[in-house]
Design a protein around this ligand. Structure first.
Ligand SMILES: C[S@@+](CC[C@H](N)C(=O)[O-])C[C@H]1O[C@@H](n2cnc3c(N)ncnc32)[C@H](O)[C@@H]1O
Length: 229
């Protein structure tokens, strides 16, 4: 470069000075932004999908946590009970953890993996890790036969099918507590709480003997349960 050229050129030695250099750094920034955006979208999808997925199922059972009063009503309904307890669709684990603190060996079954991991973490943090367990699975694909205390905070659309499933699976000594929405044909022993915090308590011995009288386990019942899995 001539003496004049050096004087007119403001770019320090060693730096890119042309439009090509600016363009390549813009491209790099563009790639980084696109990559970051893509990663953010994937993370958003991975985080949100398990919460949105219930809406796509035949029966939509979204995550709606029990209120503090509801949890207390469940515990009051199961006072003086012992034996293993299950919360069907355990959400963030609040009922399982509260039950474990009252001495139950308590389990939760939950479809959403984030909620299962969060529940396990919460149980560990609250010191009831040893008396709780959380299973990541579909409530329609497991048996609840081993539980003598069953809690469900469901939605009206699923209660009839769940009735059939529990009638078939539970031992006669079991009690079932339904939160917010009662079972359609079972007759509750008693209720606790009021308004949206109401819980209904059912005795398995009663509903199982009624089932034996009325239906004798028809093949149609099996079909109804299968259609929800
Ligand atoms: C109304 S919330 C109740 C949460 C918890 N039991 C409570 O009372 O705080 C219902 C839960 O069931 C879960 N769920 C929905 N469909 C399910 C399925 N097929 N199997 C297992 N869990 C399911 C949802 O992810 C949600 O966390």
């Amino acid at each position: 470069m001539s003496q004049e050229g050096i004087l007119l050129d403001p770019t320090p030695a060693g730096e890119c000075k042309t439009g090509t250099g600016t363009g390549s750094s813009r491209r790099r920034v563009g790639l980084v932004v696109t990559g970051a955006l893509g990663a953010a979208l994937v993370a958003l999808y991975a985080g949100a999908a398990p919460f949105l997925a219930p809406a796509l199922r035949k029966v939509c059972l979204p995550f709606v946590p029990a209120t503090a009063a509801q949890v207390e009503n469940v515990l009051a309904a199961l006072r003086r009970r012992s034996g293993p307890l299950v919360d069907i669709g355990s959400g963030d684990g609040r009922i399982v953890i509260a039950a474990a603190k009252r001495g139950f060996q308590a389990s939760g079954f939950e479809l959403n993996p984030w909620l299962v991991w969060f529940s396990r973490y919460k149980a560990w943090r609250e010191g009831v890790h040893a008396s709780t367990s959380f299973h990541m699975c579909d409530l329609w694909k497991v048996s609840f036969a081993q539980y003598s205390n069953v809690v469900i905070f469901g939605v009206p659309q699923m209660m009839q099918h769940l009735e059939l499933k529990l009638e078939r699976e539970l031992p006669s000594a079991a009690k079932v507590v339904a939160c917010r929405f009662p079972f359609p044909t079972w007759v509750p022993e008693h209720t606790a709480g009021e308004g949206i915090d109401t819980v209904w308590v059912y005795d398995a011995g009663t509903f199982k003997s009624r089932l034996r009288e009325e239906t004798k386990g028809t093949p149609e019942q099996e079909d109804t349960i299968q259609s929800h899995t």
